[in-house]
Design a protein. Structure first.
Length: 217
């Protein structure tokens, strides 16, 4: 988004290292009185540069799979979500500083081709299957580097390629994927917050054991 709305200017998230540099530079400026205190300005500037070096994720799956966004070649996001997921779109816009656009028609994008409930998304030399409905399942694992599904995708391809589906979004919270030349990086909301008492880690309900009785003679 090139321009701000009102008094809000979307900007990329400041990484932890950048925040540490800015804090260190500010303390250096405040604690010293000698001329070399000005070196704190360099630390602050280096911390701010971290925002420019932060690469937004290529795919985001959130809100139990109802919100799906993939990055377009021009740097914005295409979102497969209805009006009920606008708050997730606003979060993504605020987190990355990029605009979130509607899902493009099939004939307008070479990076995203869809047929029925299956889309093929291409980015950074990777080919990803985007599943938007159960009609695309079961899915052939061949020819894809990863699978991202808004519905439960099962376990068929998980031992071969990375698979993120609605169940993963339920367990892990929002999930983001970055594509590299050698690997695919996956991060999640609950994973980044760690294993703490206030971090939810939902687990499937266990069925109560069935008691069996045998009649005696």
């Amino acid at each position: 988004m090139p321009f701000g709305l009102g008094n809000v200017w979307p900007m990329p998230r400041l990484p932890a290292a950048g925040l540490a540099l800015i804090s260190f530079g500010g303390l250096w400026l405040c604690l010293w009185r000698q001329p070399w205190r000005r070196w704190g300005i360099a630390a602050i500037a280096a911390g701010l540069v971290g925002m420019a070096l932060t690469r937004p994720p290529d795919i985001v799956l959130a809100d139990l799979g109802r919100f799906l966004a993939v990055r377009s070649p021009d740097g914005a996001y295409w979102s497969a979500a209805d009006h009920g997921e606008q708050i997730q779109a606003s979060f993504l816009r605020a987190e990355t500083g990029l605009d979130v656009l509607p899902w493009p028609p099939a004939d307008e994008s070479r990076a995203l081709g869809c047929a029925n409930a299956l889309c093929r998304y291409s980015a950074r030399g990777r080919s990803v299957a985007i599943v938007t409905g159960t009609a695309a399942l079961p899915l052939d694992c061949g020819g894809f580097d990863a699978i991202v599904s808004q519905v439960p995708a099962g376990f068929r391809c998980r031992s071969i390629i990375p698979v993120i589906d609605r169940i993963d979004a339920w367990r892990l919270g929002s999930v983001a994927l970055w594509f590299g030349k050698r690997d695919i990086t996956i991060d999640s909301t609950n994973g980044s917050r760690g294993d703490r008492p206030w971090v939810p880690h939902p687990r499937p309900r266990r069925r109560a054991p069935t008691l069996t009785t045998s009649g005696g003679s």
